[in-house]
Design a protein around this ligand. Structure first.
Ligand code: ZN
Length: 561
């Protein structure tokens, strides 16, 4: 999975958030709509533009407009009737009508992904058509496959390509329309805006990316611009175009438009570089048999920390993206790897809106004041870095293989638990080495403990949630976490936590190093479950917002006329 919003779909039934009465015939009431909207807490997302040169600031203003065009493009991709519906909903000025339109703008369509994807508007299909507006609504998988089989090889590749739609002609036959034709007007405008921003910026790598992407919008050939994106080294960091294929539930072929206009966060980028400088040292001190340690770590995929100015298109809807990995084009990935982008101000907004209130309900009173964003974000960064440490290529019965292959379907949950717990281990190591301040220690663990509930709330059927449950239950058993029997509130035992973290890091990594599938299965079955202590703390979290509804004041003030 490339997209990391704060994964969440399975949680809703468990939290009683699913609607019961929605259907395309029975309209959703104002009360229900209000409750649905309240799951997204309005939150200001801001970024510091003071360090930008005048020319970059002007370029930023133009890029804001390009991001807005991604909204228009995406709305057209969602469903053939989506634009007409938007206009119809906007005209209904009754109280219920205004609420419905507000929720429509949040979801950018008439279906609510937090409610099993059901429609909240009358007169539309009950569920989102699986082919969205990429294919004719009445086309089946079988019809597509039969048709594709009749095409010459080069046309087959285009039919399955990221950047084409499939349309039905008058006579019922299917044909291919490239995005550059399908969305000619909007892409022409977007291309012109990127050219204009390219002329304005004083950063050569940004100019190069924007020019190449402007051309790609008109040619449907994104390769050169994806390569330029990998090389981007600029105070304004831009990701714009057709990217993710999740909305194409028929085939996962077609890419949805989106845009992230962001500013590079130099302070966090420096901190990341500082962590990276210590990685080999941390590897050399991992709590595993030295023979399992990697004496020479390979190169790491680049990680960028940025602050969002505005998002558009798919990134604008529903649960907000907090980090992403791109590009998706395998040719670029095999030549130069991929790049991970962490949206710091979005993480911070989620921390304030979702994690802080969770902490206030689940943590013992004396530890609530320890919860802080700084250690939260430091742990997110080390989590990412620790995916690169520990066993990967292993030898089982004299044969070379990988952890991922031997762990099969358990590999994601186990690897996520590893990255979390080893992230704590790494930070503890850096604190003990006096690279990080000792004062960070208690906030780190208290914040991590509150975060367990944020993740587990999204369900343990998903790798992160399951991995978190494993860590919580293991550390509780070891006495590193405590659940107060009377109140159900949880706390960290600061005398035991470092040992607990060390033990669990060692256990998980040793199982991985041995490729011991059975041991991993036992461990996940024992600990990766909703135990009574977890269930009790999870109770009563349902009225805490699921996510944020972002507001972008910087984009409003910087937008070019
Ligand atoms: Zn991870």
């Amino acid at each position: 999975m490339r997209r990391f919003a704060t994964s969440l779909l399975p949680l809703l039934a468990a939290l009683g958030l699913t609607m019961c009465s929605t259907s395309s015939e029975e309209p959703v009431s104002a009360t229900q709509l209000r409750r649905m909207i309240a799951r997204y807490a309005p939150t200001v997302i801001t970024a510091d533009t003071r360090a930008l040169s005048d020319s970059n600031r002007q370029a930023l203003g133009v890029l804001v407009r390009a991001a807005e065009l991604m909204d228009s493009l995406y709305l057209r991709q969602v469903w053939s009737g989506n634009l007409a519906l938007k206009h119809r909903l906007a005209e209904d000025t009754s109280e219920e009508g205004r609420l419905r339109y507000r929720y429509y703008l949040l979801t950018m369509g008439p279906w609510s992904s937090l409610d099993d994807g059901e429609a909240f508007v009358a007169g539309v299909p009950k569920h989102h058509p699986p082919g969205a507006n990429y294919y004719p609504e009445d086309m089946t998988r079988e019809e597509f496959e039969r048709w594709v089989a009749t095409l010459p090889a080069e046309q087959q590749a285009r039919a399955r390509g990221y950047f084409t739609t499939i349309r039905r002609a008058e006579d019922g036959s299917l044909h291919i329309v490239p995005y550059s034709q399908q969305y000619a007007t909007l892409l022409g405008k977007a291309s012109a805006l990127l050219e204009e921003a390219a002329r304005l910026t004083d950063n050569a790598s940004l100019r190069d990316y924007l020019r190449k992407r402007a051309r790609a919008f008109l040619s449907d050939d994104y390769y050169e611009s994806d390569v330029a994106w990998m090389m981007l080294d600029s105070p304004i960091d831009v990701t714009i175009g057709p990217y993710e294929v999740y909305m194409d539930s028929l085939f996962n072929y077609k890419a949805a438009f989106e845009g992230f206009i962001t500013l590079r966060n130099d302070k966090e980028t420096a901190r990341l570089a500082m962590f990276a400088d210590h990685l080999q040292e941390i590897e050399n001190n991992l709590p595993i048999d030295p023979k399992y340690r990697n004496p020479k770590l390979g190169a790491f995929a680049p990680i960028r920390v940025v602050d969002e100015v505005i998002v558009g298109g798919e990134a604008h809807r529903g649960v907000q993206t907090a980090a992403f990995n791109l590009p998706n084009d395998e040719r670029v990935v095999s030549a130069m790897g991929s790049k991970r982008v962490m949206l710091k101000n979005v993480q911070e907004a989620k921390f304030n809106t979702v994690l802080t209130p969770i902490a206030a309900r689940v943590l013992s009173e004396s530890q609530r004041r320890l919860v802080a964003f700084e250690p939260f974000f430091a742990h997110i960064l080390t989590h990412e870095l620790m995916h690169g440490l520990g066993p990967h290529t292993i030898t089982v019965d004299g044969r070379e293989t990988t952890v991922r292959l031997t762990m099969k379907e358990l590999s994601s949950a186990f690897e996520e638990a590893k990255a979390d717990i080893a992230g704590l281990f790494a930070l503890q190591y850096l604190i003990e080495s006096e690279v990080l301040p000792k004062e960070m220690e208690q906030p780190l663990y208290a914040t991590f403990l509150a975060g367990v509930f944020r993740s587990v709330r999204f369900g343990i059927h998903e790798a992160h949630g399951k991995g978190m449950a494993l860590q919580f239950n293991y550390l509780l058993e070891k006495g590193a976490f405590i659940a107060e029997p009377r109140t159900g509130l949880v706390a960290v035992d600061f005398d035991r936590i470092a040992d607990g973290v060390r033990a669990l890091t060692g256990e998980i990594m040793t199982i991985q190093a041995r490729g011991d599938y059975e041991a991993a299965r036992r461990m996940l079955e024992t600990y990766g479950v909703i135990t009574p202590a977890l269930a009790r703390a999870l109770e009563g979290l349902d009225d805490i917002p699921v996510d944020i509804a972002p507001e972008f004041p910087v984009a409003v003030s910087e937008r070019a006329p």
